[in-house]
Write a protein that binds this ligand. Sequence first.
Ligand code: 5GP
Length: 189
Amino acid sequence: MSKGLILVFSAASGAGKSTIISELKKRRSNMIHSISATTRAPRGSEKNGVDYFFYSVEKFKELIDKGEFVEWALVHNNYYGTPRTFIDQQVEAGNIVVLDIDVQGKAQLDKIYPDAQGIFIEPPTWEELEKRLRSRGTDTDEAIAVRLANARKEQDYARFEGKYDFFVVNDNLDETVQKIDKIIEIVLR
Ligand code: 5GP
C-alpha cells in the first residue's frame, strides 16, 4: 500500500476549519483526524480523547520532555501539541492524516515532515470573523479580543513567512469543501 498524506489545516479560530474538516471526512473514509493535546479547559460538550486530550500544564510539560510531540505551541495562553506516534502509524497505513494546528505548529512540523501539505483557511472579512466568534457564545470578550488580534498576525505570518501550499477563503461552506476536496485529489495524484 502506498504511504498516506499529512494535510495541515490552519486558520484563525472561527474561520470554519472544524466544520470544513468534518464535511471532508464524510466524503473520504481514509481521512483521519489527529487528536491534539491541550491544557485549555474543555468547551461545551467536548470530550477527552475525542476532541482533545486535556492535560494539566505539569503533565503537558512532562510529555514535551519525553519527546512525545511532533510539535507544540503556546496559543492564546494555553499549550497545544500533536502526538507523534499516531501520525506515523496512520501515514504508514496509507491514510490522510488531518492536523488542525496553528501557524507556529506548522513551521515546527515542516522540519520533521517536509512533505506535509498546508492549507490556510481565511475568513471572508474580519467583521464576519468577529461575528462568528461571538455567535459561538463560548468565549469571554477578553478571549475573543485575543483571538481577533492573533487572527491578523497568523494570517500575515501564513501569507508572508509560512509554507502553506493553498489559501482558501471560506465564504460559502459547500463551495469551500468542494474546492478543498479538489485540492486533495490533485495532491494525491
Ligand atoms: P481552540 O482552543 O479554538 O480549539 O484552538 C485554538 C488554536 O489552537 C487553533 O488555532 C488551533 O489550530 C490550535 N491548535 C489546536 N491543536 C493544536 C496542536 O496540536 N498544535 C498547535 N500548534 N496548535 C493547535
